[in-house]
Design a protein around this ligand. Structure first.
Ligand code: ZN
Length: 132
């Protein structure tokens, strides 16, 4: 079951210059900044009520985030939907022929389990399923 939008992730080339908008102009607070090894990125978490904006800065040239940035520039990267049972959801989606990027969960930001659905199956949007 989908519980809510957990976060929206935005790829940026430079955290400090992006924070001049998201933190300084909009007034959002940076809750914490964390290196997420599985995504080869540094992520700043800015809570927006019950959800978060995540600013993602790639730390390698080879990660998916870095390739996205090189190809398209800064911009929205993915929407994360919080689910109550990730394993069950992945089995169900696979049975429905949905194209999964991660057929088994990875460890995402915050140490939680997550899996990505290919944009080809999701109206052109990269969707992350995320379980707390
Ligand atoms: Zn995410």
């Amino acid at each position: 079951m989908i519980k809510k939008i957990n976060h929206v992730a935005i790829i940026v080339p430079d955290l400090d210059s992006s924070l001049t908008f998201w933190r300084d102009a909009l007034g959002l607070k940076v809750e914490h900044v964390e290196e997420v090894k599985s995504q080869e990125s540094i992520v700043a978490f800015l809570p927006t009520g019950d959800s978060e904006i995540e600013l993602v800065k790639p730390t390698s040239e080879t990660s998916g985030a870095a390739k996205f940035l090189a190809k398209r520039g800064a911009g929205m990267h993915h929407i994360a939907l919080e689910v109550d049972n990730l394993d069950e959801m992945l089995v169900d989606l696979k049975a429905k022929g949905i194209r999964l990027i991660n057929e088994t969960p990875i460890i995402a930001a915050g140490g939680y389990r997550a899996a990505f659905i290919h944009p080809e199956s999701a109206s052109g949007v990269l969707v992350e399923l995320y379980q707390k």
